[in-house]
Design a protein around this ligand. Sequence first.
Ligand code: PMV
Length: 619
Amino acid sequence: MDESRSHGKIILMGEHAVVYGYGAIALPLFSHTVFATVEKSDDDYLISSLYQGKIILAPAQLNHVCEVIKETKKRLEIEEPLRITIDSQIPAGRGMGSSAAVVSSIIKALYQYKKIYLPQEHLLQLVHVGETIAHGNPSGLDGVIVNSKVPVYFKRGKGISPIESKMHGYLVIKDTGISASTKQAVMDVADLVKSDETCRDALDQLGKLSEQSVSLIESGNMVQLGQSMTQAQKLLSQLSVSHPLIDRAVKEAIDVGALGAKLTGGGRGGCVIALCQDEKSRDAVISRWNPADCWVLDLNVRKVKTRAHANIALVKYWGKEDEEQVIPYNSSLSLTLDKLYTDTTIETSETDEFYLNGELISGKEKDKVFRFIDRFRSVSSRKNTIRITSVNNFPTAAGLASSASGYAALATAANRYFNLNLSKRELSEITRFGSGSATRSLFGGFAVWKKESVPYAFEFDRADWDIAMIIVIISQDHKEISSREAMSNTVRTSPFYPAWVESANVDFEQMTLAIKKQDFKTVGEITRNNALRMHASMMAADPPIVYWLPETLSVMKLVDQLNREGFECYATMDAGPNVKVLTRRSQVNVIAERLSLLINRNQMILCQPGEGSVILDES
Ligand code: PMV
């Protein structure tokens, strides 16, 4: 048996105005779906809640469905009789896209039955056949939105474009129980518009509201979106398409805390929608309206997946002036790498859970991650528990900056999941509480973490010039002492620490100048010297901190030798024994070849500058 599904739709803005060429916005209503199943039979049957029997005997109100079945079977050259079952949760005649969703699920099921790929264009053509019978002169919007994962903006004659939504909160939908004719409402508006100039103005304003709402949806400005909805309701009232019950429902919703409310669809009855910021106002609206008449569209993302790349500092961060506030002693600068990254998913879950590289993490490590998450959750209107799934494509905690990519990916995901809409700079101010170096992984190319009273990170240079880095993996073991503890011990006990801070400050200033001039030699020399000075300061701590292994020294020496031979390569290392070689793209292969005398080639990762953190997927 083959089965297929489509969902309903809700018009958020622009009904009626859309008839006059203005834009309208429709949202997919995932909570209401239609399934169609197709199976071989001895005759053509249609099984639905409205009718069960032979297709040729179906009532006139299902003409559009029968016609679409006939047309699709013809296209697919299906001659055998079929039994088609429709299971729909979308109420008919409520402007929720029921007819388009029903025919579209049937078309999809028939293509699946024949195992033939269905291009979107063919789907829309076939839906149009049904919609023309059901509605006369359909705009084509319903066919698109009942199959779309994202909201769409639609203008008659101009087409349909997807909207990248940052909406959050809830849309509560109430059925007034009054059925009204959209056709009649459209005709009455046409009469009004002919005779009354203020009505023409009202249409114009509705068009403007739709247009502005697109950017409000894209930026996640729910408060203003709610206000625009209420304003649209006033204009629709002026056009005579409201109803006393709609007016009452709108007022009730706003009284109990909705951000805005309006009718949706043709008006004069049908449905009313209210935008709610959080669960509290959602529940208040539902109980005021009567739960039996309400549906809810959850606008929040349920799942978001992000990626952030590791970065290697060329001027290191080593030590906090204020441990609690995570204020570094000096500004640092790094290169983000394309080949090393963490993918992190946050999704709604029954309890707070953290999986790292497939393993369920508990204890202190989990606590630290969720203390970080609470920095987002405590200021969000979403308070629910989540599952975090994080996967590194490289060894974790071996001085390869997994905490940097890990916390950058996590912060990027939390920002989206908890609807905070922070800019990357604002996000960097929170990310530092996970890990200082993670602030730089939010950005691509050369990134700076600037020491300030509230430190922040930014992209300093795109690094789109001849830059590369070879990661030489000497050991994949977890480090014996975390960078957090090691830097704290260095600050407290190393007599060389003040000298480190002084030289790191000079290095930072000179490094920024050298990068601006694309002076690779100076960039490389500062990189090498800065790393060794950092390690000198920690070796002088009590007890001494030595991340080096014998192979670390051998590789460092070989890189120096290659440099003396004229290759442009400089070594750096972090809180672990692995060595990173800053070099030119054009020299990467030769240098890797020479290093392979000491280290197996498959222990090297050849990198180029990488991008900042991104959202890979959301649903
Ligand atoms: O941000 P943390 O706590 O992972 O410390 C990073 C320390 C170094 O990698 C050694 C230097 C740096 O700036 O990345």
